[in-house]
Design a protein around this ligand. Sequence first.
Ligand SMILES: Nc1ncnc2c1ncn2[C@@H]1O[C@H](COP(=O)(O)OP(=O)(O)OP(=O)(O)O)[C@@H](O)[C@H]1O
Ligand SMILES: [Mg+2]
Length: 466
Amino acid sequence: MKPMQPPLQLLCSAFVLLLLLLCRPLGANGRDAPPPSPSPVPPLAQPALLPAPAVNGSAVAGLPETAAPPPLVVIVVERHRHLRRELIAAIVLSSVAGAMIVLAALYAFLLWRRSRRALVDYKDTQSIDTARMALAPMLNSFNSYKTSKKSAAAMMDYAALEAATGKFSESNVLGVGGFGSVYKANFDGGFAAAVKRLGGGAQDCEKEFENELDLLGKIRHPNIVSLVGFCIHEVNRFIVYELMENGSLDSQLHGPSHGSALSWHIRMKIALDTARGLEYLHEHCNPPIIHRDLKSSNILLDPEFNAKISDFGLAVTSGNHSKGSIKLSGTMGYVAPEYLLDGKLTEKSDVYAFGVVLLELLLGRKPVEKMAQSQCQSIVTWAMPQLTDRSKLPNIIDPMIKNTMDLKHLYQVAAVAVLCVQPEPSYRPLITDVLHSLVPLVPMELGGTLRISPDSPYATQKYSPR
Ligand SMILES: Nc1ncnc2c1ncn2[C@@H]1O[C@H](COP(=O)(O)OP(=O)(O)OP(=O)(O)O)[C@@H](O)[C@H]1O
Ligand SMILES: [Mg+2]
């Protein structure tokens, strides 16, 4: 049998102790009664049980007449005291029992919540495990399949990567980043993946490669991209990820389709998924992880537009860095002011970057836009005055989604974005708070709690892309 949980044991012992205390006999003045002494007076001689006094009022033999109160009064007073004691005992007992019931219910609720959370985590892990099992035959087919000491990723054979990417052909390029390109790879057996080639062997590149393998290899979450494997070949480093068929949020919003595939509800779902991934890094990893490079090109989308955070090359574990110990890094437009000016790095830096992504989703604009005379303007400075003005807000929304949402929801999301990009980090919310404010805005079918009635004017664009 399962041993009793310590807090429950404590509650029970406290309850028993209280009962014992209450059951102890009390003295007439309400204090503890003295231990019974061998009295010469038999119990029957107690005042309450004395026979009724003589009608003539004569005193009990041996006692002075003035010292003894009339026996009837004694009986009444004693009965009153008894009644009062019983009443007090009953009140105390019932309040203690009530308190115990409330505490027990609270404790049971906490236990239930903990077991439910464990179940959710288990389900998440299971779905990712299923995906990895699907990869196993492909990985085993490689000539040199080894497991890295550093992470759970598989070391892959260079020849297999070369063959799967058509010798890293231009036609397979999925995107180009600061350190190299990402290629689509089609392996034997019909399995596809994304291969990032970090070229040149620069010191920063090597560091990011190691960091990515080290951190991403240990993380499993449905809103964080999965690491499949890695390869080292001459000066080149390769990281193999799960393929995200719909590319990055950046390419969806600012690429040729200009966000036309992303309806209002899909955008809200992407924001929610990203918040879930960040919450996992900040609240569920131990020590917490600060991503440091959250941006729309590092939010990848699968065929159902589930969003996953990628690129952990710059990520750091919270507490494992001090001011000046790490190089100032990030991407223009997403870097929080306190980090940029003072090197102060906390989880709130990621919340700032999340706020910028939220603005991109709402406005369809890039985080930094070029102006005339080679000047740049940040989306935050441009949008801030209009975000807080309800009459102006609908006019600055991305034309692709204009007038397709409930205005109340739009005001709410704008308010969240304004809070996230506050210059003072302590005014920004925790990502958990952001997450909870987004859940009711996402339809149930997309992972939120919003119920859309069929008569709603927004029912038709519930989750289908435009
Ligand atoms: N797993 C993937 N599945 C599909 N496409 C991907 C995947 N990983 C990356 N890409 C595409 O490749 C592009 C380049 O990615 P990469 O991470 O190298 O650079 P970046 O994020 O755009 O910029 P930076 O180098 O500054 O981080 C991404 O924007 C995305 O469009
Ligand atoms: Mg990237």
